[in-house]
Design a protein around this ligand. Structure first.
Ligand SMILES: *[C@@H]1O[C@H](CO)[C@@H](O)[C@H](O)[C@H]1NC(C)=O
Length: 427
């Protein structure tokens, strides 16, 4: 693999003088900057949350103010079985992952609570999740979760069967309870290599396929050129007791990855190896093709991008609402470090911020205004996959405008929370 990357370095080097900015962008995204190390940018105070091992995604449930994540819960299992990271050692040890709830307001004693999953036997090899609550019933949370099940039909001699048979699980949970009930599993041939979900209702969601090929030579080729051209897509699914109806909603983004809600039903899509954040519309009931409004380049592997709503903007007239783009700083370090049996190989990560206007105004110069608000060389947290910002009420915080940035990692030993000063970091 390294040979390919150094070939690309040479190629990009030759184009360098002529194409400086785009080259710098892809050098950062691929992680082919062998002599440059990433300087850490952490908040004013950093904490680790117990029992949050290998949690890829994180969602903020606005009505309850709680955070939800899905965790593999075991690093040895996580490093051997993650179709999204090319870790496809066929699992003898299955993943018994969990859905975990964190109360971000209890910041002095950050704890995680594992939900007991009723009516569900598992295994659960977690990845992205999506939450939905009806406006009329905000305490009932529908939780969609990707489950990378091993394919029971796979055999070593098999040429046609894939190793993974990934599907989507749907649970329902009441805010404050310690359990979630499994409602059903959802499978469809268009859901091949699912990465993240956006829940539209209790029977409708979007899901990204982050690759076309699951493994092998074509997967390598796909990865190398996927910053420029991709085979990934975004699927729209709706279902009832009798059928699952799916359609390709978007296939124009090279590296479809994380999904999030922006203001006014805007869909945010992270373009991983392309290093962009895209803004799109929801599929219509008849025409299910989504329309892309515009996008901004971000110099990292953009993963689970999302929108931070500043609930205290009214207090001092300063609205810090904006987009968060978390991701790996260098795909190569991820590919080479993911499987480290000692769980030590550093996997650098970053979190970028763009003000809310960037999602509305197509002329807005995102490259000029984007801000790097968190960076880690991969020692404090091994990879960054999601970051969610939760504002602290200034009334309880000596009038200071601050917030906790929760950062998760697909192969990390724990999630971290770091306190961000809005005036310094976001303004
Ligand atoms: C469906 O919507 C897409 C995106 O807006 C558009 O390009 C396409 O022409 C539409 N198709 C039909 C049949 O109206």
């Amino acid at each position: 693999m390294a040979v390919f990357f150094y070939f690309i370095v040479t190629l990009l080097g030759a184009l360098g003088a002529w194409l400086y900015t785009p080259v710098k962008h892809y050098v950062a995204v691929f992680g082919i900057q062998p002599f440059e190390s990433l300087a850490n940018i952490h908040g004013v105070e950093t904490r680790f949350i117990p029992d949050t091992i290998a949690c890829e995604d994180l969602e903020y449930h606005v009505p309850s103010g709680m955070l939800y994540t899905a965790c593999v819960g075991d690093l040895e299992i996580a490093r051997n079985w993650n179709p999204g990271a090319d870790a496809l050692v066929h699992p003898d040890k299955k993943a018994w992952g969990s859905i975990v709830v964190i109360d971000p307001k209890a910041s002095n004693t950050l704890k995680s609570q594992k939900l007991s999953l009723e009516n569900f036997e598992g295994p659960l090899a977690t990845h992205g999740i999506g939450l939905y609550s009806a406006p009329s019933d905000p305490n009932v949370v529908y939780i969609y979760a990707i489950n990378h099940l091993p394919n029971p039909k796979y055999a070593r001699s098999s040429e046609t069967e894939e190793k993974a048979a990934s599907q989507v699980e749907l649970f329902v949970h009441t805010v404050g309870s310690d359990k979630a009930q499994h409602l059903r599993s959802i499978t469809h041939p268009l859901v091949r290599t699912p990465n993240d979900l956006l829940a539209i209702s209790e029977n409708e969601f979007l899901v990204t396929n982050d690759h076309y090929y699951r493994e092998g030579m074509m997967r390598t080729v796909e990865k190398l050129i996927s910053g420029f051209h991709g085979w990934t897509d975004l699927i729209h699914l709706r279902f009832d007791d009798n059928r699952v109806d799916a359609a390709v909603a978007l296939d124009k983004i090279p590296g479809n990855n994380g999904l999030g809600w922006g203001p006014d039903q805007q869909v945010i899509v992270g373009d991983a190896l392309g290093g962009h954040v895209y803004f799109a519309s929801l599929p219509g009931p008849e025409n299910r093709t989504m329309t892309i409004s515009h996008y901004h380049p971000i110099d990292c592997v953009v993963d689970n991008a999302n929108f931070f709503v500043d609930p205290f903007a009214g207090i001092d007239g300063k609205d810090y609402s904006g987009y968060l783009m978390p991701g790996l700083y260098g795909a190569f370090q991820f590919i080479s470090g993911f499987g480290d049996p000692k769980f030590k190989a550093p996997i650098p990560g970053q979190v970028w911020y763009l003000p809310a206007i960037a999602g509305k105004d197509k002329q807005f110069d995102g490259t000029k205004h984007r801000k790097l608000i968190f960076a880690d060389d991969g020692h404090t947290i091994r990879s960054v996959t999601t970051a969610v910002l939760v504002a602290i009420d200034p009334k309880t915080n000596s009038d200071k405008r601050e917030g906790w940035l929760f950062v998760t990692s697909v192969i990390g030993a724990s999630m971290l929370a770091t306190k961000i000063d809005f005036e310094t970091a976001l303004a």
